[in-house]
Design a protein around this ligand. Structure first.
Ligand code: PHE
Length: 337
């Protein structure tokens, strides 16, 4: 009886060894360990074994059972790992996992392009915090508390002297406080105003500020710079116009409009049917601002400008509503791939 079990054991283990698939293994398992398999059969037959042999036969059967179970488990693991030469380890014809490519946000695209264009004119990038002091956002920019321009731009105040900056102009102050002239910087960043959202306004938008300070800087330089920027950003067909304006921190001041690319200047909702879109405020830095940062206004002069990035993105890409820039609708964003 013991010899019979030994032979059966050898054969069973050989079958496990030869198995190629999980189904082969399952067949071996059923043949030996299944309810009607050979091993339960042997166990049942134990009672007919002479008592003096019973222990040895029982032991042989049990050890066979354990060895077979272990061999089956090991082989199953090997098959699923695909380590057998005959197992299909890697199928190069299966389609791969698709990872869709993301895209840059149009606001980022415009900022990056503006930085590249101004870099060609020698401008470097400076940055400042979104939370500003009232001093840098207003006072140092020659805008005292009682100034009428304060009522034009409703401000998110956080504390008596801290606010969410309403413009990127306070970065001008930060840079001039820290370094002597000459200065040639642009500063892209977020701005906040208590504006009611509509097709062209948002309470949170982006500007690019520019500041050029040296000994001989003229309004003509400012015009040339903004016209160059407009053509580089929008293409040679863009029209640029300057209108006299007022800002507390520049004198004289201008506003700069680009012709509307959504309608080609004919008039539409985006340009409020005027054919023009206001892009930038600009002017020659007011001597009082130089005085605030300790520059000698007799020695230096300069120009500054601040442009709305969303406005540029809207006319560059023909976006009819500023809110599309903030909704994060993938059908919209994926078009900027
Ligand atoms: N800060 C002004 C605004 O937000 C724009 C501006 C910048 C005007 C620099 C003049 C000079 O409207």
């Amino acid at each position: 009886m013991e010899d019979k079990i030994g032979a059966m054991r050898a054969e069973a283990l050989e079958q496990v060894d030869a198995a190629q698939t999980a189904a082969d293994l399952e067949a071996v398992r059923i043949a030996y360990l299944g309810r009607k398999g050979l091993l339960p059969e042997i166990m049942k037959g134990l009672r007919d074994v002479p008592p003096e042999q019973r222990a040895a036969v029982g032991q042989a059967a049990n050890s066979f059972k354990e060895a077979l179970a272990a061999a089956l488990a090991a082989k199953t693991a090997a098959l699923t790992r695909g380590t057998l030469p005959s197992a299909p380890a890697f199928d190069p014809t299966l389609p791969g996992t698709v990872h869709p490519r993301g895209s840059r946000h149009p606001v980022s695209l415009v900022i990056e392009e503006a930085v590249r264009i101004f870099a060609r004119l020698g401008f470097t990038v400076a940055e400042g915090p979104d939370i500003e002091t009232g001093y840098r956002n207003f006072d140092a920019l020659n805008t005292p508390d009682y100034h009428p321009s304060l009522s034009e731009q409703d401000t998110f105040w956080l504390q008596p002297d801290l606010l969410l900056r309403t413009q990127t102009s306070p970065v001008q102050i930060r840079v001039m406080e820290q370094q002597p002239p000459p200065i040639r910087i642009i500063t892209p960043g977020r701005c906040y105003r208590r504006d009611t959202t509509d097709a062209t306004h948002s309470a949170n938008f982006h500007q690019i500020e520019g500041l050029y300070v040296d000994t001989e800087v003229s309004l003509a330089d400012l015009k040339g710079t903004l016209a160059y920027f407009a053509r580089q950003m929008m293409g040679p067909g863009v029209q640029v116009r300057f209108r006299p304006h007022f800002f507390p921190f520049t004198e004289p001041s201008v506003e700069c409009d680009f012709s509307c690319h959504v309608c080609g200047g004919k008039g539409c909702r985006v340009c409020k049917h005027s054919g023009w879109i206001e892009i930038a405020g600009a002017g020659m830095v007011d001597p009082r601002v130089f005085a605030k940062v300790g520059y000698d206004a007799e020695q230096v002069c300069g120009y500054a400008f601040g442009m709305g990035i969303e406005r540029i993105a809207m006319i560059k890409y023909g976006i009819p509503d500023i809110r599309m820039l903030y909704e994060n609708d993938l059908r919209f964003l994926a078009q900027f791939r």
